[in-house]
Design a binder for this molecule. Structure first.
Ligand code: LLP
Length: 430
């Protein structure tokens, strides 16, 4: 378990000062539970790093694709963070939660015209341009609204971050952004300088997700600073903003060993400062877009254990009342998780099991070969580190209801997302 969790006298798992077996009883399962103080502490690590490494000349944008709902946005906003949104839905949530529009950064590799209109008309601080078709649309829409839209350019720096293929985005064969090697990025920026309703502020890159080493981030910073110098040498214009994306790794199982976020940021800041001196550039305004590392470890999912099936010499299936509908990450990426039994949280591990969901789909697994204590029907299983990319990637497959979400803090629990109802399930049917 993570170090902010504990076990009480009844042997129950405690998070945010609350007994997780009681919380499961009160709200039902499956249930997402988030620890507010952990989210806040993570926001502060990033914010302090900007203050100490860049003298406060920067902004942390929470990548809301990791977990987007009103309360999470309110929490990160109250910590002074901005937000990265990638769709009209995320933008709408951010606006409704009261996020300062100047701190909203709009992403996406195929933003629709309606999404661009919504972003520009609501006055978002920055749009990250992915392609030339989009550049022309932004220029036209901004002109219609009589504004100059600040933009950054998404660059593929040609870096191979060592992570899962599906979440690797910095290499040339990626559908996100402009390539450096081919001159595509340079040509796009020179073209944007001629657009009357566009203000080119800087460049952006995001090299991948769940990355454990500082080197690929350092290399990306070095490449982009060199690129800013090249653009200045060619055009005389010095770009002033550098957005280094997200991707910092977290601990899902004891095998995961990422370096501290603060250490990544310090290592990268040394590269940016050295490059600024080397190329005679002013220190750019720095942005970073952590998603997973803000919310993943702060979240758990509670399930009730149902049937347990032994297939002799093969495996033991422990089934739970959720599955790929609330967590599709094992079926998608083979992602590993750690589980414990919330109502006997100090019990020794005695076996290795396959945890399966309730969907009509053989692949509906939460994980295989998972170490677990003795488990019985009716136990509450806690799956750890589910705060990122679980709810946000959830579905109603088999017309199962999406779970509720509860926030815990200082011994209090509060509902932040209601459990769906059968009425919700048919709401849009005509
Ligand atoms: N910025 C950009 C432009 C991104 O594309 C992403 C993630 C982030 C920031 C945040 O990255 P993070 O700090 O969360 O690693 N569904 C996958 C992860 C996909 C990440 C996509 N982009 C998963 O469940 O592992």
């Amino acid at each position: 378990m993570h170090d902010f969790m504990s076990v009480n006298n009844e042997r129950h798992l405690v998070m945010g000062g609350c007994d997780m077996a009681q919380v499961a009883q009160k709200y039902g399962t499956p249930l997402y539970v988030m620890d507010e103080n952990v989210i806040r502490a993570n926001c502060r690590v990033y914010k302090n790093a900007i203050d100490t490494c860049y003298s406060g000349n920067g902004l942390i944008l929470y990548a809301s694709k990791a977990l987007c709902n009103l309360e999470t946005v309110r929490i990160v906003a109250s910590e002074g963070l901005g937000i990265d949104v990638v769709s009209g839905g995320e933008l709408y949530t951010a606006l409704r939660a009261g996020m300062d529009v100047s701190k909203i950064c709009m992403h996406g590799n195929n933003k629709t015209r309606a999404e661009l209109e919504m972003a520009i008309s609501s006055g978002v601080g920055r749009i990250v341009v992915d392609n030339l078709f989009e550049l022309d649309q932004i220029d036209a829409i901004a002109a219609e609204h009589g504004v100059r839209q600040k933009v950054l350019f998404r660059i593929k720096p040609g870096i191979d971050a060592h992570t899962h293929n599906f979440v690797m985005t910095g290499q040339i064969d990626s559908r996100f952004g402009f390539a450096l090697e081919t001159g595509e990025a340079r040509a796009a920026i020179l073209r944007a300088f001629k657009c009357n309703s566009i203000c080119v502020a800087g460049v952006h890159c995001h090299i991948g997700s769940q990355i454990f080493e500082a080197d690929p981030f350092e290399e990306a910073a070095r490449v982009l600073m060199r690129f800013i110098a090249e653009i200045r040498d060619e055009s005389g214009v010095e770009l002033t903003e550098l957005n280094l994306g997200g991707g910092f790794g977290v601990v899902y199982t004891p095998e995961d060993d990422p370096i501290e976020f603060g250490d990544y940021i310090e290592a990268v800041s040394r590269i940016v400062k050295t490059a600024a001196v080397e190329h005679s550039l002013k220190m750019p305004f720095i942005m970073m877009e952590p998603g997973r590392s803000i919310v993943a470890e702060a979240g758990i999912t509670l399930y009730t254990v149902g049937a347990i099936k032994d297939i002799p010499e093969v495996r033991r299936y422990v089934t739970v009342d959720g599955g790929i509908g609330d967590n599709p990450r094992y079926i998608l990426y083979g992602s590993k998780y750690a589980a414990l039994i919330a109502n006997k949280a100090d019990a020794e591990v005695t076996q290795s099991v396959t945890i399966a969901g309730k969907c009509c789909e053989s692949g509906d697994l939460i994980g295989e070969n998972m170490p677990l204590a003795d488990v019985s029907i009716g136990d509450i299983l806690a799956l750890l580190t589910t705060g990122a990319y679980n709810y946000s990637m959830s579905s109603n497959y088999n017309r199962n209801l999406r779970p509720a979400m509860v926030m815990v803090k200082d011994g209090r629990d509060r509902l932040v997302m209601k459990r769906e109802t059968y009425e919700d399930i048919i709401r849009n049917d005509v």
